[in-house]
Design a protein around this ligand. Structure first.
Ligand code: NAP
Length: 323
């Protein structure tokens, strides 16, 4: 079988394709024939080994896990003798945090996988796990979102942002989405109530007061978000510019002491329960992934490069089927 591999931290040319022996599942594992992967920011950071702090967890001298981990969708080809939930032929998906999945086959523990939504293709399904779980946890757990509340999603056009709009709408919120003009169509299709362009001062002047603000992409000072939170409101920093993340982590808890507002930073937790919630929402038509482009595994360098360029309108997919 073919697998993507990078032996050193670095740029796209470290990504190589290798022919290796197909793995055999252990007693509590399944062997999955991978049909598609989606690329997330985490894949880029793990390839670069940046920020340096991540090397403490993922390998000081070089990547411990040389085949990229992350989002996949595929079909079970064989099962270990203690596997009892899944069977050969089941279509499954997940975010794998430990097993490399950017390969034709991968072995995974059965407790880490979930049945694929019936209504989505493998390519669309592979675009769900990491970004979808992040959006769900930001709104439901960190943001404590309730029906009828006003939500601002700043940087609403990427993987996380488009799911955040759709999940917030499904939870009954009124959603204001901030993203560049070129992405307004996705925000409209995600059913945002108000869509603003962060490049237009006239649009930004429409930003009012919110029960919940998600800082997903780009940069605004924490004081800006504080100004636009209602009393008792919650700001959740999901990502964006390094300054946005640093300010939320360092200043957020202090600001919270002196205002009737809460400032949080999210570290999304990969778990099968939330992946299953996403599958159900997809089958109910409440969330749909937006795909920008599909690359074959042989073009993995081009796929990463395209994702990193910031030009993608939707998720970048790697397929293991012929296109
Ligand atoms: N906390 C966690 O556990 C967690 C988990 C997953 C991801 N993240 C982080 O969340 C962030 C979003 O991830 P993602 O998967 O959605 O990324 P993505 O799919 O790569 O989205 C990038 C988007 O950022 C937008 N953008 C660029 N400059 C912007 C600006 N100045 N203001 C507002 N938007 C801007 C771009 O859209 P426009 O063309 O519209 O600007 C682009 O579509 C990343 O920083 C990622 O590292 C955090």
């Amino acid at each position: 079988m073919k697998t993507v591999i990078y032996e050193k931290y670095g740029s796209f040319d470290e990504l190589k394709i290798l022919e290796i022996k197909k793995p055999t599942p252990q007693e509590d594992e399944v062997l999955v024939s991978i049909k598609a992967n989606s690329i997330n920011k985490a894949n880029l950071l793990l390839l670069q080994g940046k920020p340096l702090m991540i090397r403490l967890f993922y390998g000081l001298k070089g990547p411990k896990n040389q085949t990229p981990v992350g989002d996949f969708s595929g079909i079970i080809e064989s099962v270990g003798k203690n596997v009892n939930i899944f069977k050969v032929g089941d279509e499954v998906f997940a975010e794998s945090s430990t097993s490399g999945v950017f390969a034709d086959y991968a072995v995974l523990k059965e407790k880490h996988i979930v049945l694929k939504p019936k209504s989505l293709s493998h390519q669309k399904t592979s675009a769900l796990p990491l970004a979808g779980q992040t959006a769900l946890q930001a709104l439901r757990d960190s943001g404590k979102l309730k029906s009828g509340q006003q939500v601002l999603i700043y940087g609403a056009s990427g993987g996380v942002g488009t799911y955040a709009i759709q999940i917030a709408k499904a939870m009954g919120a009124h959603v204001t989405a901030v993203c560049s003009k070129r992405n307004h169509e996705h925000a409209r299709m995600s059913k945002a109530d108000v869509i603003l362009d962060y490049n237009l001062a006239s649009d930004l002047s429409c930003i009012s007061q919110y029960d919940l603000i998600l800082g997903v992409n780009g940069y605004q000072k924490l004081s800006y978000y504080q100004k636009h939170l209602k009393k008792g409101g919650i700001y959740v920093c999901v990502g964006g510019d390094g300054r946005q993340i640093a300010q939320a982590m360092l200043q957020g808890p202090i600001r919270g002491l002196f205002t009737r507002k809460t400032f949080k930073s999210l570290v999304a937790k990969n778990n099968a329960n939330d992946t299953e919630v996403l599958a159900q929402m997809a089958d109910q038509g409440l969330i749909t992934p937006f795909i920008d482009s599909v690359f074959t595994m042989n073009d993995v360098q081009k796929a990463y490069q395209h994702y990193a360029s910031g030009n993608a309108l939707g998720k970048v997919i790697i397929t293991h089927e012929s296109i």
